[in-house]
Design a protein around this ligand. Sequence first.
Ligand code: NOJ
Length: 529
Amino acid sequence: MAHPAFQDDIIYQIFPRSYKDSNGDGIGDIPGIISKLPYLKKLGVTAIWLSPVFLSPMEDMGYDIADYRHIDPIFGTDEDMDELIKKAKKAGIDIIMDMVLNHTSKEHKWFKEASKSKDNPYRAFYIWRDEPTPIDSTFGGSAWEYNPATKDYYFHLYAPGQPDLNWDCEAMREALYDACNYWLDKGVYGFRLDVIENIGKEVEQGIIQNGPHLHERLHELNRKTFGRTGGISIGECWCADHDTRLLYTDPARQELSMVFLFNDWCTFHDKEFGKWKCRPFSPKEYRDIIYERQSGDQSKAWDTLFWNNHDLPRALNRYANLEYRDQAAKMMFAATMFLRGTPFIYQGDELGMVNGHFASVKDFQDIEAINHYQILQDKGMSKEEAKDALDKTARDNARIPMRWNSQKGYGFTNGKPWVDGGKDPGHSVSEEEKDPNSVLNFYRAAIALWKDKQYRDLIRDGAFSPDYLEHEEWIAYSRILGNRKLRVIANFSDHPYPKPIIDGPVLLHNYEDDNEEFRPYEIYVFLNE
Ligand code: NOJ
């Protein structure tokens, strides 16, 4: 069956600042990533999503871009980036750039010009108002910032250093398309599109996500950039409902390849404190959302299958009992990767990495965590509760250095890491490499299975059918194509159940032996033909 190339991709996200430092300054960089291409090739991934490496004042760790065409010196040079694209391609790995098209940094030359005077030609690239409206920025405080030179306010949904672009302005849109094409012409595969659901916003009406012009803008972006080269497009969407997800990904509409949706994560948020105080995880509530995306008409939309990224605390801490850390890490990956969609691995998932340890509030470096320590107290939390919320939820947790070994600097750097946070013994590449039963070696086997030509059609195109719905703590389903059936049965709990019948050859299993019971976090993937 003809299918778009992206449906055979398995994507690895790198947060460059924390991946591998090549020059001892304590910050990961592009030459560091190049040195790890053999590791990534061995893991089996087909593409890297690179969190932003563009020139930036780093107010939001690079999601504040000051120049779309140049690499920030902390990450290396423009030539290093060219080399990464070339060497990765040679290793069979494509590069996906992280494009932030909703806003720039206020250090971008467009904003520097725009903020000078009301008649500056770049003024229309941004959103201005004489008086602020009552709308808060995601990182806390008003979303309007006063600009003394023009005596009015510009809009910023994130930090004050991240002014929002005005997508009504055609010249601005064309300038962004040029920047995207610059990278496509260099051979990048496509883009992860940061908070793309916001580009249709109508600030005056208080509409941010899913605004009236969103879909026509996505179509235009597609036609003028990645659609031209057949590139991949992964739209970050926190809030899309499932029907909107169908619109985004309908091939006939030519918008996006897939949306990176967080509604499964957000469903546990607290009404008042949001993500900072989640309700206990329930596998049933989680799976209800995931299964809906796989069923009926919804299955037309290609899914994104992920547990972690640079904006979330580690899912292992959040969803599993860490007494069973390795089993849970293996189970979670395998439980969702055989659904219809693209599996995403966030750096360190393949080791079973967990949250960082931040001894004091001062150790958090993310603007969101720093601001929220106060915001949470203003909303009624005590200092201790606010620190606890940061410990459990801050994005810093996902941003601690990759553990290449367990020595000082974690094999990540010879210098002092830009952020610490790792007190975790073991679970490094060098240790897991040697252990045939490590999380790392399980990931390798799972990826090899996912890519195996014998099962590729079945995993890509097979119809989804849920199994064992009566067991609310199980994730169990079949993928069916003709008379072939791939079955996945996982116990998403820390207690045993009676063992289900495994009637077919087992392709993947996360315990070293067999047992009468269905043990905590145990998973079987098997053929049932
Ligand atoms: C989403 C990114 O993933 C996040 O890290 C960033 O802070 C916001 N967008 C703003 O760009």
